[in-house]
Every structure is written in structure tokens, then in C-alpha cells.
Design a protein around this ligand. Structure first.
Ligand SMILES: [Zn+2]
Length: 588
């Protein structure tokens, strides 16, 4: 096996235009080169070489690929031979590895997925059933030519796919292992992607390894990805990274967007350094991948609340990997796709130019919410900023962030620093997950009854979900695992939960309210959370006292008396609920 970074080095060094020119007469056409296709031997200049992407594409016979694929398809070489041939031409020595060098056992899977990709692309171009996909692309202002260069495809309903793959000699077991086919309970096999527009997902060697399929018309889920397979580990890849990595090195930044359509639109608008996670929250491995190619990431997510939450979640992961992180803010109601369509590439450029550092963005939001004007607001703002400070692994950045936070909130730096220290240890979090998982397994109750009850209500019905979302602020869910589940339910993305939290989610779904009256459950949970919140506020008053001026001290003392009275007024009923729970009355 040739190491990935050597392969990348060879690809970067290769002169695709020069290599193709040896046998095809190419003429410059804008930033691309055009010539007669060497594969189908046409007479018109339908064959494009796109040096910026290191790709070739024929608009007639649809042969496509990079410099390695070019040698494989032209001269019938296998992949390692093609890499060695190109390496020889650019003068890079490939280290000979001792040990077994047999063929990659995963080769049949790569072949199956590549064959499927070609077939899906053909369905999109010409099958009558593909009309729904062509219409859809048209409605989103993507031309067929653009769709073809991006390798988009269409997975029809019915058995056409299975018949075609069988005709091409692909065995069922391979199709199953490649995630292209699903086995139903009754043993019958059906194509995984039915009635979906398909985006191919490439690995860093530009081989198709999986698909992401968008439903056309009614159906769930909206996006369906290939499952994990021996050639597809979704946490370890980013959508479009195989092309974006070149642009990332040049621009010294990556632009992270939420979905495939955003990538497509931004690519068409001329940006090369655009990538997206694959239907999950950003993983540590993905952040590490980004870090290898660029020092800075601009987050360009939707501007709604869910988008903002996803932005800060991704930001924390990136900061842990010492990346510089900025946030680009889109005008109200726009996502990257609609922005480019409605207002053009210039509006996008402006949004990127106006992007601000992620910490600055948090301070901006706190300021717009009026948090900075009051003592309790500043406390709240600090609580929201703390995760960012804790995530920041780069020491210099962290130091700057601490002074900036102290300045914005009118605190002393050492006070901010000591707050960072009060973070729960990661091992504590892990302990909770273990506890929750084993509790779920033993059919017992994970900790934090009130928080759990609120989640159960959110799962009870859309109406209850809305009510909980309206009355409960996310930071009020203090248990880290439950908060992740809360966010996932709020944003309608349970599929983005990690393995542990997904188990908790499933456990809650199965458990349900068990016949309890939802109104009572809600009242009980809210009361417990309110009491806890008052106690928390009392703690905060105590924590604020050292920072306060004499004037503020008087106000705080007042506040303390008021909170204590409020808590005492709640406590009697709280106590009744507690004793009722102990007796096993309804509500337990
Ligand atoms: Zn051709």
C-alpha cells in the first residue's frame, strides 16, 4: 500500500494538462482546457480538463476522473501502477514497503460503488423516471451540465438497480457489504436508495466510497447516507474534501457548511475550499482532517437558532484541534444556497469577509440580547462563553480569549480563568454515559429525573415538544448527555447523536410516559427545575459578591433575600412531590 500523503503529493505535482496533451490536442477555454475525447473518440471538443480541480470530464461519454484514473482508463493500469507511473513522471520516489503487497481486499467494494455511481449518473441523465430528479435540480437552478461534472445521480424506485448490477456481474453479498442494497426482514433485497437524488461521497484518493441521497417528494428521512462499510467511515471523511483540499491549501482556510447542496452552490459560485460533515455533527477526526489542510475554518451555517447551535458545537470541536474559527453570518432567513441564488456570489463574498472570530460572535449575541447590561445577564453570558474557552486548546488563543471575555463582561481575567477550572472532567461525563447506558440496559432510570421527564414529554407529541421548547431554555438542561438529546430533538436530528446518546434517546423513546398524565409530569418537572434554578441563582449571587462594587453589593444582598423567599415558597409543594414519589404514587 502506498501511503495516502505520498499519493496526494504525487497528485498535486502531476500536470494533468501536460499528460493529456501528449495524446489530445487541448485548447484553453476560460480556466479549463477542451479537446476531443480520447475515450469515445468524438470529433467535437467535448472533453474538458479542469486543472484547478485536477479532473477531466467528457460531456458526451461521461468518462471522468483524476490523473490516476486517466492512466487506469487509458492504459488499463491498476491503481498502484497508475500512481507509480505518475510518480515516476514527476520525479517522486515511492518508498517500497516490505511485507505482503497483495491486492487490497476491499477492491470489490470500490468497484461495486464506482459501478453504481456510473449507473446512477446515467439514470439522472436519461432514464424516464429520472425526470423527477431533473425537474428538482432545475427548480434549484442547477443545470444538468453542472450536475454531471459533480457526479450527481438518481436512484430509481423498483428493481432496475438490482437487475443492472446483476447484469454487470456484481454479487449480492458485495452489494450488501457496500451498503447499496438492504436486506429486509423477510429476506428480500431492495436497493438502499429509492427515489433519491444522489451525491457521491469520495475518499481522499477521489474514489467514490458512499452516497448521500436526498428524497424527492414525500418520505423520510430527508437525507439518507450509505451505512458505515469497510471503505466508508463517515466520521473520518468530509464531503468534497478530495477536491477542496487543494483550494484549502491555497486559500489557507476551509469553509464549513451544513449540507451537500450548500457545497454544490458555493463550488458553482467559484469557491474551492468548501466542505461539509456527512449528516452528523462534526467529529474530532473530521476536525483533525481539516487541521491537516488549513489553519483556519469559517463556519457558514444557517442563520436560525438550530444553525447557531450547530455552529457553536462545531466551533468547540475545531478549537480543540487548535484551528482558528470564524463565523460568517447570513442575512435573516437565508442559507448559503439561497443567498447565492437570491443575491449572487458577491453577497456571499461579503458574508465571508464580514466573518468574525467565534468568541467575538458569542459576545455579539450576548450583547444583542442585552445580557451585558445587567449583573445576572453577564453571569449568563459568561456561562455561554465558558464552553468556548474550555475548548480552546491553543494556549495563545486561550489567553487572548480570556482577556477579551474579561474585558467584555467587566470581570477580572483571573476570575474568568478560575471559572474555566470548574469544568466537569471528561471522565465524569464518560461516567454519566456509562451510568445512563447501563441504567437503560437494566431498565432503570438515568439521573436527573426532571430533565429526563422533559425529554419524555418532547417525545410524547409535537405539541408537547413545542411547549417544552417554549418554556425551557437549553442551558437549563444541565446534564451533558440529556442536553445533547434535548438539542437533537429540538433540531429534529436524532440521527446526529453519538453512539452513547443515541442509546439514551432510544431508551427514552421506548420508555415513554408510561401512562402518566403529561400535564402533571410537566408541572412537576418545571417545579423541580425552577427550584434548582433558584438555588443556582443563589449560588451565583454568592459567587458575584467578590466582583461587586459597594453599590452592587447592596443590590446583591437584596437579591439574595428575594431568591431565598422565592425558593421557600416553592419548596412545600416540591416536598410533597418528593414524598409522593417515594410512595410510588402517579408521577413517579
Ligand atoms: Zn467521451
Amino acid at each position: 500500500m502506498i501511503p495516502d500523503d505520498v499519493i496526494e503529493q504525487v497528485r498535486d505535482a502531476a500536470d494533468l494538462v501536460g499528460i493529456v496533451s501528449e495524446t489530445v490536442e487541448l485548447k484553453r477555454s476560460g480556466s479549463d482546457y477542451r479537446g476531443r475525447c480520447p475515450f469515445h473518440g468524438g470529433t467535437h471538443r467535448n472533453f474538458a480538463v479542469i486543472p484547478k480541480k485536477g479532473m477531466f470530464y467528457c460531456f458526451v461519454c461521461h468518462e471522468a476522473g483524476d490523473v490516476f484514473t486517466y492512466f487506469m482508463k487509458r492504459l488499463g493500469m491498476d491503481y498502484p501502477t497508475a500512481v507509480r507511473e505518475v510518480a515516476r513522471r514527476v520525479g517522486i520516489t515511492i518508498p517500497e514497503r516490505p511485507g505482503p503487497t497483495g491486492p487490497d481486499p476491499r477492491e470489490p467494494l470500490f468497484t461495486a460503488v464506482a459501478t453504481a455511481a456510473d449507473w446512477f449518473a446515467r439514470q439522472l441523465r436519461e432514464s424516464p423516471e429520472g425526470e423527477v430528479a431533473r425537474k428538482y435540480l432545475e427548480s434549484r437552478h442547477v443545470t444538468m451540465e453542472q450536475a454531471q461534472v459533480q457526479g450527481l445521480g438518481f436512484g430509481p424506485r423498483g428493481s432496475g438497480f438490482l437487475d443492472a448490477m446483476k447484469g454487470l456481474g456484481l454479487r449480492d453479498e458485495v452489494l450488501l457489504e457496500a451498503g447499496l442494497v438492504v436486506k429486509r426482514d423477510d429476506g428480500t433485497k431492495v436497493p438502499r436508495f429509492r427515489g433519491r437524488l444522489l451525491f457521491p461521497i469520495h475518499d481522499l484518493r477521489s474514489r467514490v466510497v458512499a452516497f448521500s441521497g436526498r428524497i424527492l417528494g414525500e418520505g423520510e428521512p430527508k437525507y439518507l447516507n450509505s451505512p458505515e462499510t469497510p471503505i466508508f467511515r463517515k466520521g473520518q471523511l468530509l464531503y468534497n474534501l478530495h477536491l477542496a483540499k487543494h483550494g484549502m491549501r491555497k486559500a489557507e482556510r476551509a469553509i464549513l457548511v451544513e449540507g451537500q447542496f450548500d457545497v454544490l452552490r458555493l463550488t458553482l459560485a467559484g469557491l474551492e475550499e468548501v466542505v461539509a460533515p456527512l449528516g452528523t455533527g462534526l467529529t474530532d477526526e473530521q476536525a483533525a482532517l481539516l487541521q491537516r489542510h488549513a489553519p483556519q475554518v469559517i463556519l457558514l451555517y444557517d442563520s436560525d437558532d438550530a444553525g447557531l447551535r450547530a455552529t457553536f458545537r462545531a466551533g468547540d470541536v475545531l478549537l480543540r484541534h487548535k484551528l482558528r474559527v470564524s463565523v460568517a453570518t447570513l442575512p435573516e432567513g437565508e442559507d448559503p444556497d439561497t443567498l447565492v441564488q437570491n443575491k449572487g456570489a458577491a453577497a456571499l463574498e461579503q458574508a465571508l469577509k464580514d466573518s468574525v472570530d467565534i468568541l467575538e460572535r458569542k459576545i455579539q449575541i450576548a450583547s444583542r440580547k442585552g445580557f451585558l447590561g445587567s449583573l445576572s445577564g453577564r453571569r449568563r453570558a459568561l456561562d455561554r462563553i465558558l464552553p468556548t474557552l474550555r475548548a480552546t486548546a491553543d494556549r495563545t488563543t486561550r489567553g487572548l480569549y480570556i482577556s477579551r471575555t474579561a474585558e467584555a463582561l467587566g470581570l477580572r481575567s483571573d476570575a474568568v480563568e478560575s471559572e474555566i477550572g470548574t469544568t466537569p472532567e471528561p471522565s465524569e461525563k464518560a461516567a454519566w454515559f456509562r451510568a445512563a447506558a447501563s441504567a437503560a440496559a437494566a431498565n432503570e432510570i438515568p439521573p436527573s429525573g426532571a430533565e429526563r421527564d422533559l425529554l419524555l414529554l418532547m417525545l410524547e407529541s409535537p405539541a408537547w415538544k413545542d411547549r417544552v421548547l417554549k418554556e425551557v431554555d437549553m442551558p437549563e438542561i444541565e446534564n451533558d448527555g440529556y442536553r445533547q438529546v434535548f438539542e437533537a430533538i429540538a433540531d429534529n436530528v436524532p440521527e446526529q447523536l453519538n453512539e452513547m446518546t443515541a442509546r439514551v434517546y432510544e431508551y427514552l423513546q421506548q420508555r415513554g410516559l408510561e401512562g402518566r398524565n403529561p400535564d402533571e409530569v410537566f408541572a412537576g418537572a418545571m417545579e423541580r427545575i425552577e427550584v434548582r434554578s433558584i438555588e443556582r441563582q443563589l449560588d451565583e449571587v454568592n459567587r458575584k459578591l467578590p466582583f461587586a462594587t459597594d453599590d452592587e453589593k447592596a443590590t446583591l444582598a437584596h437579591e439574595k433575600v428575594r431568591l431565598a423567599a422565592e425558593r421557600n415558597a416553592k419548596r412545600p409543594t416540591y416536598g410533597i412531590i418528593q414524598s409522593a414519589r417515594r410512595k410510588g404514587a402517579p408521577g413517579s
